[in-house]
Design a protein around this ligand. Structure first.
Ligand code: ZN
Length: 295
């Protein structure tokens, strides 16, 4: 991954390239810039954060995985902490297109899984599709979220999505990324199962009540977590496997680094991710055995 990023970086203005290189060559770089790094970069380049993010978009797009479209999209979100998180589109061969992850979704869940509670801005290199506008409308703080497109002034999400349908229409007050406390506990000695339950407790599923989380163990022992992100319009919901695969990509890992996968779900919900998760994983690699726990 680092080599791909360095190739992209060779097209950057020299002063910005040098400083960004110092950050991305760190082996622990995980496709985000801390608030401190953002502050240093905006200060030394005399850019505001949104303009800086626009310059960084080609780096975000380098994380795309597009075996179907070969069309790479980069998105970057600004968290209220001041940190910037990358996102890129991810596609899956041999499964239905509904499994696809859009760049905006990737950037949002990247920030969410990293602990951000609210986003102020999203910076994208391509106008957001209707599906992503609806996904963003689920966010707690959707009313104040700004979207910046290349060469355009920042506009509010609701300028792009007037007369929106959202969580409030279904009586839900807390949006995606808002504080959740499902308090689901179960005793497992297996640390990966505990991690899956941790992801489940972070999930946002106010419509189906199927709280759901995934933990993926990689061959280098690292773990990628994914919490389920539901949507008032149902179809734009992002399953826990997709959220975990975003983390995996943003850590610079590849799908063939997957060693074990655990899906944890609550029994009392109205849906399940079991069949889709199993079948998508089978297409990624038939040797991956999905382990399932219901609580
Ligand atoms: Zn989209």
């Amino acid at each position: 991954m680092t080599q791909d990023l360095l190739t992209v970086l060779s097209q950057f203005p020299a002063t910005l390239a040098k400083q960004v290189e110092n950050i991305i060559i760190d082996p622990s770089f995980s496709a985000y810039f801390t608030s401190q790094q953002v502050e240093q970069l905006t200060h030394s380049t005399d850019m505001d954060t949104q303009t800086l993010a626009q310059h960084l978009l080609p780096l975000a797009a380098a994380y795309a995985y597009t075996p179907i479209s070969d069309f790479r999209v980069g998105a970057i979100v600004l968290g209220e902490s001041g940190a910037l998180y990358f996102g890129a589109n991810i596609e899956f061969s041999n499964v239905q297109l509904g499994q696809t992850i859009h760049a905006e979704q990737a950037a949002i869940v990247h920030a969410w899984m990293a602990g951000e509670k609210r986003l102020t801005d999203i910076i994208i290199d391509t106008p957001p599709c209707g599906h992503c506008r609806q996904f963003m409308n689920e966010l707690s703080g959707a009313d104040t979220l700004h979207i910046t497109l290349p060469g355009k002034e920042a506009k509010k999400l609701h300028d792009y999505l007037p007369e929106a349908f959202g969580p409030l229409d279904l009586g839900i007050q807390t949006g995606l990324m808002g504080e959740q406390s499902h308090q689901v506990h179960a005793e497992y000695s297996d640390p990966l199962k505990q991690e899956a339950i941790k992801a489940l407790n972070k999930s946002y599923a106010p419509y189906s009540n199927t709280f759901s989380g995934i933990a993926i163990e990689l061959t280098d022992q690292r773990v990628s977590l994914g919490a389920y992100a539901e949507n008032a319009a149902f179809n734009p919901s992002l399953p826990p496997l997709q959220v975990a695969l975003v983390q995996l990509r943003m850590h610079g890992s590849a799908f063939n680094d997957i060693k074990r996968v655990v899906l944890a779900e609550t029994k009392s919900g109205k849906i399940t991710h079991l069949d889709d998760t199993r079948s998508t994983l089978q297409k990624i690699d038939p040797n991956i055995q999905l382990e399932y726990i219901q609580i």
